[in-house]
Structures are given as C-alpha cells and as structure tokens.
Design a protein around this ligand. Structure first.
Ligand code: SF4
Length: 200
C-alpha cells in the first residue's frame, strides 16, 4: 500500500531538511526553510529565504513578509497556519550578489525538491507565484520577463487557480506606485481569492 499524502510529505520534508547538495555554494550553509501541510489550500511559491529567515528558521519573518501579509490580507496567525504552504524556489539562503541584493535561488533546488514536496498537497485551491523565478517556473520565462503584464492578467490566471505577484521587497513600492491598478484592483482581487481559498 502506498503512503498517505501526509506520510509522503513527512518523508520528503525530512529528506529535504537533510539536503546538503549545494552546501559549498551557500555562504551560511544549508538550512532548508519551508512550511508544508498536506491539508494546505493555498500554496505560496516564493524565491529563497533571506538572512532573517535563515537565522530564525521562520519563512517571511521580515519586513517583506509584513508587506506580503498586508497584500494577502492575513495576520501572522493566518499566514503561519496549516492552510498556507510555503515552498521557495530555493530552500536555503543563497547569499548576496556582488552588486547588492540576494543571489538567485540555487538552480538545482526546485527541480530536485518540488516534484517530491508539491504532489502531496492535494487540497490546493490557489497557487501564488511570488517573483520572477516562481513565475518563470510555472508560467514560462516570457511571463517572468513581462512581470507587469503577467500580474495585470490576474483575472485570467485566477481562472486557472494561480495569482502572479512581484516579490514584495522594498523595491516593489516604486513598482507599485508606477502602476496604480496594482493596489486599486489587483490586491483587492488577491485578498478575496486568498480568503476564499482559506475558507473552510
Ligand atoms: S538550496 Fe536546495 S539543493 Fe541546495 S542544499 Fe539547500 S535544499 Fe539542498
């Protein structure tokens, strides 16, 4: 008899937490950070943990997380509850770029772990793609290059159970200020979709 989704997820999560595949490339060493529950109804595919998440072991435990929770209309209890799964494209903090900003997620990570960690999530109603790497992985590189166009197409994506978003870093404030439709139209639609996905 095969494993139940919860058992398959527990087994895959334990294997992922022990992963050291790209340890030589990680300046702070491996510390895979994700939040997964087989009963989750909302999946957040994000980029990679930052230093605060690496140090605390808690995903989105920073100002960008506060901004994200505001976008989603969730408090910390709702965000860290079992209904919401968090699966980054890179599970470990990847370090900094020489010119500033966090390095991209390690490219070997998602192809290795997403096929094991995502399938046990069988109750998903909505998948949020956060930032260019997550958007490229699910919608293709052209969608990631045209970030604003892809985010603006939220109504069509919602019919597929998907919502694409920019990464909620401080840089996004300027991005959003140049696109008033994001806060006026896209975020209310997002909050409504998130509430519906998490509703009993
Ligand atoms: S980033 Fe991914 S592949 Fe690399 S050590 Fe961490 S879990 Fe393993």
């Amino acid at each position: 008899m095969g494993l139940t989704p919860a058992a398959a997820l527990a087994e895959a999560a334990a294997a992922a937490r022990a992963c050291r595949l790209c340890a030589p490339q990680l300046p702070l060493g491996p510390r895979p950070i994700f939040q997964l529950d087989a009963a989750a109804r909302l999946l957040l595919v994000s980029q990679a943990p930052g230093t605060r998440a690496h140090l605390s072991g808690i995903p989105w435990n920073d100002k960008a997380g506060d901004r994200l929770r505001d976008w989603l209309g969730l408090d910390r209890a709702g965000f860290y509850g079992p209904g919401l799964a968090i699966l980054p494209m890179g599970l470990c903090y990847p370090g900094r770029l020489p010119r500033g900003g966090d390095a991209p997620p390690r490219p070997e990570c998602a192809p290795l772990w997403h096929p094991r960690l995502a399938p046990p999530l069988r109750h998903l109603r909505l998948t949020l793609l956060l930032g260019r790497y997550a958007i490229a992985s699910r919608l293709g590189p052209a969608a990631a290059r045209d970030l604003a166009g892809t985010v603006a197409g939220y109504a069509g994506l919602l019919r597929q159970g998907v919502f694409a978003l920019p990464h909620p870093s401080w840089r996004t404030r300027a991005w959003a200020a140049a696109r008033p439709w994001f806060e006026a139209e896209a975020l209310p639609a997002l909050r409504q979709a998130v509430a519906a996905a998490l509703a009993p």
